[in-house]
Write a protein that binds this ligand. Structure first.
Ligand SMILES: NC(=O)c1ccc[n+]([C@@H]2O[C@H](COP(=O)([O-])OP(=O)(O)OC[C@H]3O[C@@H](n4cnc5c(N)ncnc54)[C@H](OP(=O)(O)O)[C@@H]3O)[C@@H](O)[C@H]2O)c1
Length: 286
């Protein structure tokens, strides 16, 4: 356990907010500091310090009295290694004792476009002196549940993943793990945690689950990666984002979003939230 404060970055976002809340449940109010760019989106009843990864002075100021940091990866694709490096450099200069970085599953080898910046950030960490751990988060179940009602309405699940399996967990499961791990003292230097769901599913199984829940027909439309990119773009997604999602789906076909280590389950002391339960919550099934 730490004597100093724990700073959570990205705490105006969905994952960071929940990490803060899990920490608040375990620590005194003075020990938890939330940070982000926009105070309006700050979690409730917690000290908030403005941090903008593009403005190192804000990071230095926010690290006052801080001994541990949860660096939640940013969402500005293409700019993130430099942004994360700014936090890592400032934390090292401030004498932070442990930094946990939220990376992506199998970041060292993953061919996903999304993995490159996480790999780059991990390399920055390994090249420096700051004590760190890596939380390699798998896919959020919310990546599926957020579009579940649309899939039910259209009766179609688009896929470039073929029979690839997704070991998803709820965002909350990853947040709980981050809060648990930043408080532990038994890490090996630079320890990597491959965090993913206790169970997995293919898109075909996902479509069958949607059909069962809705009582209607839901079919998988198998597409090539390019066809999937075009289809996602037609739903209104920006092309760059559509390309990233289609790339991830296509690589899921080769197992890059699958993991059966049950490390996340071991960290949080229970199986991860089943997809079925996350779907019920998203679809408001009572
Ligand atoms: N595993 C997955 O399936 C999955 C899915 C989506 C994302 N992710 C990754 O996990 C991270 C957390 O997920 P999430 O759902 O919480 O995403 P989110 O809700 O988009 O939150 C991202 C957070 O990063 C902050 N941020 C972005 N740029 C910043 C900057 N320049 N300076 C300071 N803060 C900055 C945002 O602050 P503002 O509120 O100021 O924008 C926000 O607090 C994402 O950023 C992404 O790297 C993983």
């Amino acid at each position: 356990m730490t004597d100093g404060k724990i700073l959570v970055t990205g705490a105006t976002g969905q994952l960071g907010t929940r990490i803060v809340q899990f920490l608040q449940a375990k620590l005194s109010p003075a020990q938890v500091v939330a940070s982000g760019r926009n105070v309006v989106k700050a979690p409730q009843r917690v000290t908030f310090r403005v941090v903008d990864y593009d403005h190192p002075a804000t990071i230095e100021a926010a690290l006052e009295g801080v001994s541990r940091v949860v660096l939640v990866s940013g969402n500005e694709v293409g700019r993130r290694v430099q942004q994360h490096k700014a936090v890592i450099d400032a934390a090292a200069a401030a004498g932070v004792q442990l930094l946990a970085y939220t990376s992506i599953l199998k970041a060292d080898a993953s061919p996903l476009l999304l993995a490159a910046e996480h790999r780059g950030t991990e390399e920055v960490l390994r090249a420096g002196d700051l004590p760190f751990i890596v939380l390699r988060n798998g896919w959020y179940s919310e990546n599926f549940t957020n579009t579940a009602s649309l899939a039910i309405q259209s009766g179609v699940v688009l896929s470039a993943a073929r029979d690839g399996r997704f070991s998803t967990a709820a965002r909350d499961d990853y947040a709980e793990a981050a809060a648990a791990l930043i408080l532990r003292d038994d890490h090996q230097p630079g320890q990597v945690y491959e965090l993913a769901g206790s169970t997995s599913f293919s898109k075909r199984e996902y479509a069958a689950l949607l059909a069962e829940k809705s009582g209607g027909e839901v079919q998988v439309h198998d597409l090539t990666e390019t066809q999937y990119t075009v289809a996602l773009t037609k739903t209104g997604l920006p092309e760059g984002f559509a390309r990233i999602l289609a790339d991830s789906d296509a690589h899921a076909a080769d197992g890059w979003l699958f993991d059966d280590s049950r490390t996340l389950e071991n960290v949080i002391g229970r199986p991860t939230t089943p997809l079925d339960q996350s779907l019920d919550a998203a679809l408001d099934v009572r």
